[in-house]
Design a protein around this ligand. Structure first.
Ligand code: DX5
Ligand code: ZN
Length: 212
């Protein structure tokens, strides 16, 4: 299992100190981009990603919560993304989704699709053969610090069953803590995203408690 701390919850008054801890403890960081339209919140632009790339060599897992992922894909690729995951609900059109996946891959990045809690995993069927990653949202996208939705377990089970025929990884994002992490890992999750749980208190100890 790969743990990808969500830097939405990082303390930006202690950027260097906290990134130094993360650099030693994990292999990936999760970077949430919010446009104020797809979700009712604003987060980071590409210059913040560039700052992370100066301070860290970790894999930058960029989660686009934006209405127009086609516009922002080259922007964040140029800023240093290693993987780009966009929302199915933001695009929906089969051809447009397929071509965006191909574009991400042609940029040399890992390509992922994210699903909101209410979106059925069945919508992904046409794309599974091409995807590197499927991100299951376990909260409504937009804010850190929300409670994990247990309905995620059933979606994880469905996805795990069809995973064998393909090579995508499964990522779960939202409300992850030490109470649900073990069950998610046992359920077949490959990448766990955790924000508020990791950054509240002792970062290193929190990371270790999720990896158990
Ligand atoms: C929510 C974001 C998550 C968020 C997770 O819209 O996609 O990545 O930062 O934060 P926690 O772990 O606090 O739910
Ligand atoms: Zn996210």
């Amino acid at each position: 299992m790969i743990l990808a701390p969500s830097v939405l919850s990082l303390d930006y008054t202690r950027f260097n100190e906290q990134v130094a801890i993360l650099n030693k403890a994990v292999s990936a960081l999760h970077f949430d981009v919010m446009d104020g339209h797809f979700v009712p919140n604003l987060s980071f632009g590409p210059d913040i990603l560039k700052a992370f790339k100066k301070a860290s060599n970790l894999f930058m897992d960029v989660h686009l919560m934006v209405d127009d992922p086609g516009f922002f894909t080259p922007v964040f690729a140029k800023a240093g993304a290693d993987g780009i995951t966009f929302h199915y609900e933001a695009v929906k059109d089969l051809k447009a989704i397929s071509s965006l996946i191909q574009e991400i891959k042609q940029l040399g990045l890992k390509a992922g699709i994210a699903l909101k809690p209410a979106t059925d995993v069945a919508v992904l069927k046409p794309f599974l053969k091409d995807l590197d990653l499927v991100l299951l949202m376990s909260v409504e996208p937009g804010f850190g610090g929300q409670s994990f939705m247990p309905s995620t377990f059933a979606k994880l089970e469905t996805l795990t069953k069809i995973k064998n025929e393909h090579s995508f990884l499964i990522e779960v994002d939202g409300g992850v803590n030490k109470e649900n992490a073990a069950k998610l890992i046992a359920g077949g999750v490959d990448i766990l995203v955790a924000g508020s749980y990791v950054f509240k208190g002792d970062i290193l100890a929190n990371i270790k408690s999720l990896e158990k």
